[in-house]
Each structure stands twice: as structure tokens, then as C-alpha cells.
Design a protein around this ligand. Sequence first.
Ligand SMILES: [Mn+2]
Length: 412
Amino acid sequence: MNYRERREKVYSQMEEKSILILYSGEALHISADAYHHFEANRQFFYLTGIRRENMALVLEKCGEKLEETLYIEPVDPSVERWVGKKMTEEEAKEISGVEAVAVMDSLPSALDRIMTRKLPKKVYFDTYRHQMSDLPDYNAAKAQAFISAYPGIAVESIYPAVAALRMVKDADEVALTKEAVKVTEEALNHVLATLKPGMMEYQVQAEFEYKVKSLGADGMAFPTIAGSGINGTMLHYETNHDVCKENTLVLLDLGARVKGYNADITRTYPVSGKFTERQKQFYNIVLKANRSVAEMAKPGLTLKELNDHCKSVLAEGLIGLGLIEKEEEVGKYYMHGVSHHLGIDVHDVTVPEQAKLMPGMIITDEPGLYIDEEEIGIRIEDDLLITEDGCEVLSESIVRTVEEIEAKMKER
Ligand SMILES: [Mn+2]
């Protein structure tokens, strides 16, 4: 991937006489010598291609010449014996395309030199917080410390600029998303071949995740949702501890992650291999909405317009079955949006300035119906790449019609 090109786009948005300091972060401590799974700061990953701990990227725009330096951990054989190989200077250069690589220990003095000699007027950090109640993350904490060390310096978040870039995927990103979808498809086919009444939801989850792992993916894009019967009506059910009973549906919202890129797919399968007539009625309404959104999606539309359309299709179906009388009542059975952006975050970044779809954006298409009183929860989710004049359904070949699903479960 061309990370240098991405950094150049960020440079072009930075003010004259400014620098950017972006840390990859460090794993959160659990207890004793155990740490949480590490996830690199997404902006750092997007601009360097590296997902390692304890690194920093510094971009300087303080003269005619743009300067960039990547700070990495020093190679220490005695540490490597325990935790595995660190990235070498050559590898860091090779992946990121940054020519100047230095060790993290030299970062404070380097920053001091820049601040006292080049006199930047502004420093950019990534200070994004998802919710005000969240603790400041690694980069935001570093920004605070920096302000204390250099009082009076203007600090601004680079997040909105990088988020805007991340919304439009380049060819490499599309290719990786396709790989993640492909792995998800194979793992779902494995689920179709093994699903049967009496299985625990966590066993269905395990069949999916076993296949994803054995195909060499990074792992799951997010915690797998496997909800059978009434559990399928809970939107973010992650307990997965119930038995999949005969003649119920199991809703599977899941995805593989490949090299940092995610699939986000939902399929709803009949545990016994055949839909009941009633389940089929609801299923085909959701399917119609799913297909209809994919037909409609194109540049210039907003996610809200797609969702309004989705609601009208679902409402029409529910009115036909006599469950509701007016379109406004659809919220009783469908309570989320039909779409979100998908990328290196599953619920990927959005900026208000780019509310309208553009070619290269990847979004989900996920209508659902949740009929508590009949213990039926159905969602069908595909991933769409917006093209010049419409969209490409990246998950087109993952079976989704009643006939296809029943046929696949029968042939096993
Ligand atoms: Mn989704």
C-alpha cells in the first residue's frame, strides 16, 4: 500500500510551521505480567501500515522541506527471547516507506530540538474520544503531557483529517476487505455444514471461529454474535450460551479480520435445515429490503436515505402480514440503522462533511426484523463497495435466499 501517499495528503492539510506526533500506543495492563490484546492506534496504522506497540510517527512541516521520522523500539535480544522478534529498522522502512527511522528513546530530545530550533506554531495529535466519558487514550494523554512540557503551544487533533481520508478506500484496502469477506464466506459455509438442533450457540460460534483461524486470518472483526430463537432479537447478544432448539432460527452476526481489514456479515439460518412457513414470511421481507438497499446504493445518497427506503420496504411487508397498520409503526420491529461505514474499524470513521456516499466507500446493508412475541429475530447483512454508478456487493456469493440456504444444509 502507498502509505507515503497517505502521509502526503495529511501534510497538505497541516498548517505551515506545524508538526504531527502520532503514537501507536501500548497494550493495557490486566494483572501481574498479563496484558490486553494490543490494537495499534488506527491513524498510526493507516499512515504507516504498522500495528506494533511503542512506536511514533513524527511529521514536520516547518520549512520548505517536509520531514518524517518513524520511532521504533530498539532491538534487544534479551527481551526478544521472551516476547518474540521486534521490528527491525529495515522492516519498518520497508513497510512504511519512511526513510528516517530512529529509536523511541531519542524521541523526547528530538521533540525538544524541533520545539526550540524550528519553532512550530502548532502541534497535531490524535485526541479523538468516542464518548466524553471514555478515559483519554494513549495519544490524548501524550498530548496533555506535551502541553504541560511546552505551555502555550497550540494543539489540534489530526483525527478529522485522517478520518476523512479513511472513509474512501483505495484499491489495496478494497482487496483486503474482499479477502476478509471471502474467509467469512468459507467459515459460514462450514457453519451451514455443521449446524443442527441441540448445538449450543457457543458451539456454532466455535465452528465459525475455528474455520476463520485455520484460514490464517488475524481473527474476528468483533465478538461473534450467535443468537437462536428469542436471543436473535437482542441486537448485540454476545452471551452465546443457549441451546439452538429445533425449528428455531439462529442469527449469526460475525466477520473475519484480515491484515487489519474487516468483514461484517449477518446471516440467519434455520437450525433444523428448513424454514417454517411463518419464518419464511418474515425472512423474505428482510431479504427484499436487503436487496432493495443494494440496488439503490450509489454516490450522492446518504445513509439516512438508504435507511428511510429500507424502512418503507420493511413496513410494506409488515402491513401485508397485518402486524402493523401504518409505516410509522415499523420501529416496533426494526430499531437500528441499515448501514454504517466499514474499514479498519468495524463501525468505521465518519465525518459530517462526507455524509454523501462517494465511490470507494464501503458500507454495510443490514435490515432486520425482531418479532419478540414470536421469538423470531432475522437480520441479513452484506458489505457494499460504492462504485461510480452504484455498488458492488462484496459478499454477493455468501448464500442468502431461503432456497439456497435450505439446499446447502440438505446437501451435507
Ligand atoms: Mn454491521
